[in-house]
Ligand binder design. Structure first.
Ligand SMILES: NC(=O)c1ccc[n+]([C@@H]2O[C@H](COP(=O)([O-])OP(=O)(O)OC[C@H]3O[C@@H](n4cnc5c(N)ncnc54)[C@H](O)[C@@H]3O)[C@@H](O)[C@H]2O)c1
Length: 626
């Protein structure tokens, strides 16, 4: 059993570049990497731990000694030569390690690596007969994130023959866990003031040449936290392990021969006709909205009180004149219409009126009307014909151009709904002439989302415009581009698990903002704030530069959208409300984040980036209205 361990936590982590945070203090799975390691070592039986610090040494000491239960038995040695490389940090611990024991092996562990508990237990309880040392080497090469940058190892009959990043004989990867004899310090060629100091891998190469370094082969995996994406990868891996660990599932048989199985597949693609034009709401003779096979069936036009006055009653009158059997359903204005109670009432009302399988449900209004009508249409008789005639920019640029129909739950927005494609979405840009300016600006948020998330030239187009929200030609061009970008996305990723996750950009924090302002912040305004917070989060995680935050705020400003969370909302409430989100698993928050304009952040093909509560809180606090 090994009683002494050395953790090297001196480096700066240039490639990780987490503003102001020394690498070993970066959180994974809710705690600093260094704390996780110390806990693991102690619970495996290690009694003495030497931590070598260097970059931001004070911060590391302060943090450690603020937690007496963690720092007990831990000694910090500051290495002022830390920038000379890892070999100098190992050498700096010589005296402390020899004080504990001059003969027995000690464990050397990299302070920026994340291991599973089992590996640490195996290393601590190792009864290896080490010569000068042994290195844990994983043969599970496929599981290594960023294999290119990993330090590879060639070993022959358990003895390491070569080690380095670019070697061609590799049959394993250096895990950063060593069992070493104190005599190793004599082999470390580190000179004063960093002169002649070697890279760690070069130092190891020297050791290999003058003594035996054994390879302890394992199939365990680990994460070397040296880039923002490596950190995200690690967080994803740990959350997956945690989720799976709660299930005490039986070992299911791989082929259940005793059962009969069938493939039941109904995955037929559904096409929605999207029309962008002008004038057909006032004059429905300009566009065929109701297909001929529905001509004699009851038609339901959903609208709200305001839109009914401006367009709805006339629209119904004209359809009636054409001979259709039209029922106008006028909803109260606002988000309350998206309640479960209202939904149940509407379904009963429609069924009472009489409806058949060729009936058409037409939404004429903003996002609320189109969401409610869409969900009613998708659920009566398990789905009837649906046409959206959106009349707000929010609905024209997003809500109506969608196969997502849904209403709110008591805990938050859009919690109940279905994936259901409309037959047609007909966007009459002219209806925006009557829309109050605040609502035009509000719709611009979804336009901005597509631009920032998908297309740099679209951002240029927005930035070069004079900001006049009554410029219908500009708005129409933006709507066309939005529809085009959205069509491209949903074709390959209809459930938004991959690159279509950009559609949720800004919504993870936006929805709580909307909910917590009691809907006094409109949907788009809340999303604008959410995009600004998302940019801050990505920046804090090293995912993007500060330019993205600036750009987001500039573009929000230009189109009269807010970037800040109202001061009366408590940051903690945002985090609490965020839990009612489909991306929130038992493991915590996951978000669509950007690495720059048009670059959605993905790690190993996964676009839902895990975000630690601490980072979230920091970004939310930095986004509060002053
Ligand atoms: N399902 C989705 O994919 C999706 C996407 C984005 C937004 N949404 C939802 O959409 C809703 C927000 O949509 P919204 O902003 O359109 O809100 P809304 O439907 O409440 O409309 C806003 C206001 O504008 C009025 N209005 C609508 N058209 C008008 C016109 N042409 N002239 C004058 N007044 C008009 C309405 O009466 C209402 O008072 C939210 O509930 C949001 O969750 C859903």
């Amino acid at each position: 059993m090994i009683k002494t361990a050395l953790i090297t936590a001196a480096g700066r982590g240039l490639r990780l570049d987490r503003p102001g945070t020394p690498k070993s203090l970066v959180d994974v799975d809710g705690q600093p990497i260094l704390f996780r390691l110390i806990r693991q070592l102690k619970s495996a039986g290690v009694e003495n731990i030497v931590v070598v610090s260097g970059f931001e040494s004070e911060k590391i000491e302060q943090k450690l000694f603020r937690h007496p239960h963690i720092s007990k038995g831990v000694q910090v040695v500051e290495n002022s030569q830390w920038s000379a490389g890892l070999a100098s940090s190992v050498a700096a611990a010589e005296e402390s390690i020899l004080n504990f024991n001059e003969m027995d092996p000690f464990l050397l562990v990299m302070g920026d690596h994340v291991f599973d508990d089992e590996l640490i237990v195996e290393a601590v309880s190792s009864k290896l007969e080490v010569g000068d040392g042994a290195l844990f080497v994983t043969k599970n090469i496929e599981a290594i994130y960023d294999y290119e940058s990993a330090v590879k190892v060639c070993h022959d009959k358990g003895v390491i023959t070569k080690l380095g990043r670019g070697i061609d004989c590799a049959n394993g990867v250096d895990m950063g866990v060593f069992i070493l004899k104190p005599s190793i310090f004599k082999l470390l060629p580190v000179k004063e003031n960093g002169k002649d100091a070697l890279e760690w891998s070069e130092a190891l190469q020297n050791i290999i040449e003058s003594s035996n370094l054994l390879a302890v082969e394992t199939s365990a995996v680990f994460d070397d936290i040296d880039t923002p994406s490596a950190l995200v990868h690690c967080e994803m891996r740990l959350r997956k392990i945690r989720r799976e660990a709660v299930v005490n599932r039986p070992v299911y048989p791989s082929n259940s021969e005793s059962f009969t199985t069938f493939d039941y597949i109904i995955d037929t693609p559904v096409k929605t006709d999207i029309v962008v034009g002008r004038g057909f709401v006032k004059d429905p003779s300009k566009l065929q909205i109701i297909r001929d096979q529905s001509a004699s069936s009851p038609i339901f036009v959903f609208t709200d009180e305001t839109v009914a006055e401006i367009y709805g009653y006339d629209f119904r009158k004209k359809l009636v004149e054409f001979g259709y059997d039209v029922n106008l359903i006028v909803l109260p204005v606002g988000e309350e219409s998206k309640s479960l109670t209202n939904y149940a009432y509407l379904v009963e009302r429609v069924l009472r009126k009489g409806v058949d399988e060729q009936s058409v449900f037409i939404s004429l209004g903003g996002g609320v009307v189109c969401n409610v009508c869409g969900f009613v249409a998708s659920s009566i008789y398990r789905g009837l014909n649906l046409v959206h005639l959106p009349t707000t920019l929010m609905a024209q640029s997003d809500a109506a151009v969608s196969h997502k129909q849904g209403i709110n739950g008591y805990q938050g927005k859009n919690l109940v709904g279905s994936y259901y494609s409309p037959q047609m979405v007909a966007i009459d840009v002219e209806t925006l002439n009557t829309l109050p300016l605040r609502l035009v600006a509000d719709g611009m948020a979804e336009v901005i989302k597509h631009a920032v998330g998908q297309d740099e030239s679209y951002v240029d187009m927005l930035l070069s415009h004079n900001g006049d929200l009554r410029d219908l030609d500009f708005i129409e061009a933006a709507i066309r581009r939005n529809v085009q970008l959205k069509c491209e996305l949903v074709l390959n990723d209809p459930k938004e698990h991959k690159d279509a996750m950009i559609l949720q950009y800004g919504h993870t924090v936006g929805h709580p903002v909307e909910h917590l302002t009691g809907y006094s912040y409109y949907h788009g305004e809340s999303v604008a704030v959410g995009m600004s917070v998302a940019a801050r989060i990505s920046h804090l995680m090293g995912g993007c530069s500060a330019d993205l935050i600036e750009l987001q705020d500039e573009i929000n400003d230009k189109f009269k959208l807010p970037s800040r969370i109202p001061a009366y909302i408590k940051p903690d409430s945002i985090l609490e409300t965020m839990k009612y989100n489909k991306k929130f698993l038992s493991g915590g928050t996951r978000m669509a984040l950007l690495q720059g304009v048009g670059k959605l952040w993905s790690v190993n093909g996964d676009y839902a980036i895990p975000v630690a509560d601490k980072v979230l809180l920091e970004a939310v606090e930095a986004s509060m209205e002053k």
